[in-house]
Design a protein around this ligand. Sequence first.
Ligand code: CAO
Length: 482
Amino acid sequence: MAKKKPARAKSKAASHKVVKLASRKPAPKLKAKAAVKPKTTGNRVPKPSSKPFGKDGKALDGIRILDFTHVQSGPTCTQLLAWLGADVIKIERPGVGDITRGQLQDVPNVDSLYFTMLNHNKRSITLDSKSKQGMKVLERLVKNCDALVENFAPGALDRMGLTWERIHAWNPRMVVASVKGFGPGPYEECKVYENVAQCAGGSASTTGFRDGPPLVTGAQIGDSGTGLHLALGIVCALFQRNRTGRGQRVLTAMQDGVLNLCRVKLRDQQRLAHGPLNEYSQYGENIPFGEAVPRAGNDSGGGQPGWILKCKGWETDPDAYIYFITQAPVWEKICELIGKPEWKTDPEYAKPPARLPRLKHIFNTIEQWTTTKTKFEVMELCNAVDIPVGPILSMKELAEEPSLRATGTIVEVDHPTRGKYLSVGNPIKLSDSITEVTRSPLLGEHTNEILSKVLKFTPAEIAEIKASGATGEAPKAKMAAE
Ligand code: CAO
């Protein structure tokens, strides 16, 4: 039997509570001349808590989220909000649930890692939003939540009958947050997945090697990246609501999110109009630039040339590499370390502009040194003299890294049907809001609990809702409320 989730302290009234204003005692009358208006940030805050840091609740305590998200982008956002303390109620289609529950399954009939790693700290209710009884429950949810988060295909929420106007009329304080593939424009009706966004947002055209095709990256910048953007938008909308008393719509388009992360490439696009991009290795190789920013292989995105170099063991270990940056302020230390002290004064190597045309030769020379050491030895020797380098860490190495376990960035979670598994914890560390990662919910696990305890439906009403089939058949043994 699943553990009962600790009761969320906040009722609707509490969740909508406006921060207590500072003392309203009338200010002592000053002589007319001395009445100076105090400077203020515009946000009134209570007196500092006297409780120890980390012992006064969570950042988003009292905020309740109606989570209508699925797949990756939306769930990334609501998972973050849950880690920060929000009560996240995930609505899933009866019998089916989030499609990722069954995708890439490693253990038969068990929620996939795809699902479990994106839905920690949430509660699940199954609900057919297209049925009459389902809509009755949704209305009650809207009235009892602070934000609705969704990433359906364009128009799907409206087709359900949940237009902004209707939601706003039900609960003017509700924030309605959406991920879509594209913003308003020619493509706004398109369905979009991760790699579509990477391609449409400028990442693929600028990733890969010049003489190869565009490449997508392993980092899920389209989905998880956009989920992150959305989470910030929601928190800001909630913050503004403290002042205005009303909700608003928040939209993040995946194309926009990817483009935001590719900002340096739009920078380079404009620099191209003024001449070649001389920090790109293409410049040193005398290859002319075209009209658009080219793919730059492993060149650094900043002004300091960098490249990935082989380390000891590269012949058999695909990750025996290190990212090496020939940062100008530490150039002399690099020369010493790699056994080329003469480069410190040689006019062909001493200054950054002189080095640009011969970067390939320079990196080949540094590589002769790095191949004599493991990536960890290079890391140690370089960092000892402040030379920044980046060992290429495999997922295996990251999973086993003790320091990431110690900080909660990698966590082990127990799950009733899957057993123990590893997950990435909250990468955002707040000193006064400590994250505890709890497992993802089973499909419909909290249906009873939410209908009765959160939405306060009477037993007769619950019986009516259930008899209509609006909640499907939630598996009895898994009901947290029982
Ligand atoms: N009860 C009843 N119906 C439900 C329901 C529920 N609880 N939850 C969802 N549905 C319905 C929707 O209303 C929709 O019905 P209509 O098409 O009749 O309006 C239907 O299920 C399918 O929803 P969808 O179109 O969002 O799902 P899809 O699998 O066809 O498309 C995706 C998936 C991701 C391409 C699309 O949702 C999308 O483009 N989302 C926005 C961009 C995004 O987030 N992409 C990233 C996804 S992660 O890679």
